[in-house]
Design a binder for this molecule. Sequence first.
Ligand SMILES: [Fe+2]
Length: 206
Amino acid sequence: MNIEFHKIPETIAIIRGWYSEEELDMIWRELEVVCSPFILVKAGDTLDRSATDADSQPLKKGHGLFLDYLYENVRHRSFILKLNEKLFNKEFIERLIKEDPAFTYFMRTDIDFTLANYYDTQDEYQLHWDKSIYTSNVVLWKTPRKFDGGKFLLTSNELDFDIQSNDMIIFPGYVPHRVTPLVPHDDYIPWKSGRYSLANFINFRT
Ligand SMILES: [Fe+2]
């Protein structure tokens, strides 16, 4: 596994092609069921918990749901949640720590939450930060891509690491980031052709 490190000045890690072909096939099967208007909730709902502005309005326009709620007591039924173990693999974490000891938090923290997101036409997430020690995020879309925008940018300087489908980015939760508005192509199909993402928030229980 090839890990790219960037100093912004915090060390962030990018893994191109996070899921294997076999894993991706299973992930898509699950995402197609989960990422529907019948299951996901709108930004602002308590089950989405997206960041808000000074007037308590959600900074995200889009849909999401914490899979920890969806699969409460039946986590083993989720392939997505099962594959989270890749993030906590000992050798993987050791490689991160070798680059920057701050990644030791991956060993010290004791809880993580997984948020599934779907961005449809004009959906976006304005500049915000996460209530996490670290956030990891995998972006996915169907190919050929049928939208422009939906770009992941880090910091208020809008650093663009050219995050492509199936790329994983790991960054400290306090680093501001945003997703640019999604602009559909003519052949875009709602609730199908958009931008999917799976975010993991790593934290302490107390
Ligand atoms: Fe975020």
